[in-house]
Design a protein around this ligand. Structure first.
Ligand SMILES: [Zn+2]
Length: 251
């Protein structure tokens, strides 16, 4: 049994017991209130923490001796081509989780990602802030519409998927099962959108472990310098940079 099954079963059993007791007038209401608070905290934690895998399975770790760089939110008209130039020069493969709308705006860049031998994945069509609240049908539509945009631009059908913001919910878990995509999480969130390259580099040096899958964004002006430094760091300590699906690559 998977850990997210255990978490959901335990939560459901505890809810039934506490709500059943709540029907008896002598049962203290503060226990019910406390349980509702625990449920709320659990829901927020499970929704925001994909690597905890409390709603669904996700690949969050690669093989020892490797590091997988994953770039979310592109293709960006300036940063993504510059990053692709750097990766080609250094002969490094990475993974790009693209927003469908951006793929429709920059199909040639999406096509180059695939031609250059990188993995391409789905990151929803709109990347809207309401992602975590979508119905199963709407979340599934966001996934398939993005997959369609990627296929139209690159000729490739991808099943790799990363949820926007890393946010999941029971509806999103159902949408993932319905669309048969494979969720790729991470074990190192670099927070590159909020930190300087120096801070991100320190974070990677301190927290990268064997087989780390790291989240970055190919939409930021600092990404190129950062990736140059990560490549140098990996070359120094003998870590191979790989696609997130390196050991189970799609045809
Ligand atoms: Zn994103």
């Amino acid at each position: 049994m998977k850990r997210w099954h255990v978490a959901l079963i335990l939560r459901s059993i505890a809810s039934v017991i506490i709500l059943a007791f709540a029907f008896f007038s002598w049962f203290p209401m503060w226990i019910v209130a406390l349980w509702l608070l625990v449920l709320l905290v659990f829901t927020v934690y499970a929704s925001l923490t994909l690597p905890a895998r409390l709603y669904m399975e996700a690949r969050c770790k690669g093989k020892p001796g490797t590091l997988a760089l994953t770039f979310d939110d592109g293709p960006h008209p300036v940063q993504t081509p510059a990053l692709l130039d750097l990766l080609a020069k250094e002969n490094v493969k990475a993974s790009f989780f693209c927003i469908g709308r951006h793929v429709d705006e920059h199909p040639a860049i999406a096509s180059r990602i695939v031609k250059d031998g990188h993995a391409i994945g789905i990151h929803s069509y709109d990347h809207h802030w309401t992602w975590g609240f979508l119905s199963t049908a709407k979340a599934a539509q966001e996934i398939t519409r993005c997959a369609g945009a990627i296929h139209a631009a690159t000729g490739k059908r991808t099943l790799l998927f990363r949820p926007p913001f890393g946010v999941t919910s029971p509806n999103i878990a159902r949408a993932v099962r319905r669309t048969l995509v494979r969720t790729i999480g991470w074990d190192l969130r670099t927070f590159d959108t909020a930190r300087t390259p120096d801070q991100v580099m320190r974070n990677i040096e301190k927290r990268a472990t064997p087989g780390t899958i790291a989240v970055l964004h190919d939409t930021l002006p600092g990404t190129i310098e950062l990736v140059e430094r990560i490549i140098a760091h990996c070359r120094r300590n003998g870590t191979t940079l790989v696609r997130c699906d390196a050991d189970q690559q799609q045809p």
